[in-house]
Ligand binder design. Structure first.
Ligand code: PLP
Length: 399
């Protein structure tokens, strides 16, 4: 049973069919002038239109990349380098994905001044704090649309209004929200947006960056300096031969999401809330991480007193259930999640979390099974002698 859809999703068979067809037939280089190249170009441009439609963007403002991480890097470093003369201040949050967090930390070493906004116990930023942080040196605000660990969805439209009021560029990392909840880049005043195909039942190795008229709203002629140099692919924002089959697969995934997002969000919200209610009612010492309602329809993040998250994962895995303790990018790390610490959890609590992320192929029967197994697993771990349950309360045994 796969309950780790925030880490990555299985590809939809309809996507695989499209990709397979393009792998076989659309092998031309989209920059070539012969017919095979032009067919590839056409497939890519149709794909661009599909993904633009999902977020109500203009087609020309979509740039294909290789991943969410790459899109985030181009957005943050690209603006920093291009707009350095206008200022060196960047505002972001303390709960961003490492693709943003580490990029900002790196820019900090290069002389940029980075503000990491705090969040409340639910993971929401304060609009007041955001507004007060803006100075005449602020060139960029980057706030994630929805958090990958706790699912909290930020008030993006209001953040966009503040960015517009102060003429600051607004980027959002929408990797987790894209195709799952409605996003309108124009109505939300978003200048830059990152998304990734593999979180949406599409292939790995494809992402996108939306760049609104390359800076028209803030009146700056161009807001991005490329971070890679090469040919003129993707209007020089992202040089390298385009992955046309992957891009077509991403577009198919988006087309499906467009049709199914509304009903799917409703279905998943019911399953999500059922899990939360059942766990909080039936497992003593359990609590929810993140906001009860302002959260992604597919995200559940729970904490359990006196139980180590990794131990829960191993036990669930033995029951054929694949879940997570948090971000897949840090699962090899023993340090507590920066997101859970930022919402006020202690390091011990932060190490007791279980993230369950549902997806298109999650069934009611699977959740029934999960809700039967989980209390047994928690009880079993809590009854272990201290050396086996190294997180055992009172003993604090660390091996
Ligand atoms: N941003 C967020 C919020 C994510 O959840 C992820 C992946 O987990 C990324 C960025 C990175 O995306 P990718 O795996 O496509 O590089």
């Amino acid at each position: 049973m796969y309950l780790d859809n925030a880490a990555s999703t299985p590809m939809d068979l309809r996507v695989i069919e499209v990709i397979t067809n393009h792998f076989k037939n659309t092998y031309g280089n989209a920059s070539s002038l012969h017919s095979m190249g032009q067919v590839a170009l056409q497939v890519m441009e149709e794909s661009r239109q599909h993904v633009a439609d999902l977020i109500n963007a203009n087609k020309e403002d979509i740039y294909f990349t290789s991943s969410g991480t790459e899109s985030d890097n181009i957005a943050i470093t690209g603006v920093a380098n291009k707009c350095r003369e206008k200022g060196n201040h960047i505002i972001t949050t303390s709960i961003e994905h490492h693709a943003i967090k580490n990029t900002c930390l790196e820019l900090g070493k290069q002389g940029f001044d980075i503000t990491f906004l705090s969040v409340d116990k639910y993971g929401l930023i304060s609009l007041d704090e955001l507004e007060k942080s803006i100075t005449d040196k602020t060139i960029l605000i980057s706030v994630m649309f929805a958090n990958n660990e706790i699912g909290t969805v930020q008030p993006i439209k209001k953040i966009g209004e503040i960015a517009k009021k102060y003429d600051v560029i607004f980027h959002t990392d929408a990797v987790q929200g894209f195709g799952k909840i409605p996003i309108g880049v124009k109505s939300m005043n978003i200048d830059l947006l990152s998304a990734s195909s593999h979180k949406l039942y599409g292939p790995k190795g494809v992402g996108l960056l939306y760049i609104r008229n390359n800076g028209e709203r803030v009146g700056w002629s161009k807001i991005i300096q490329p971070i890679m140099y090469g040919g003129s692919h993707e209007r020089k924002i992202r040089p390298s031969t385009e992955n046309v089959p992957g891009i077509a697969g991403f577009a198919k995934a988006v087309e499906i999401a467009k049709e199914e997002m509304h009903d799917e969000a409703k279905r998943l919200t019911i399953l999500r809330d059922r899990i939360i209610k059942s766990v909080l009612e039936n497992i003593e010492g359990s609590y929810l991480n993140g906001h009860p309602t302002k959260r992604l329809p597919n995200n559940v993040n729970l904490g359990f007193n006196c139980v180590e998250g990794e131990t829960i994962l191993v036990s669930l895995n033995m029951e054929d259930i694949g879940a997570s303790t948090g971000s897949a990018c840090t699962s090899a790390s023993l340090s507590p999640s920066h997101v859970l610490l930022a919402i006020g959890r202690t390091p011990e609590e932060a190490n007791s979390s279980l993230r369950v992320t549902l997806g298109r192929f999650t069934t009611v029967e699977e959740i029934d099974y999960f809700l039967k197994i989980l209390p047994e697993v928690i009880e079993q771990i809590r009854s272990m002698p201290p050396l086996d349950n190294w997180f055992c309360c009172g003993n604090r045994i660390r091996i």
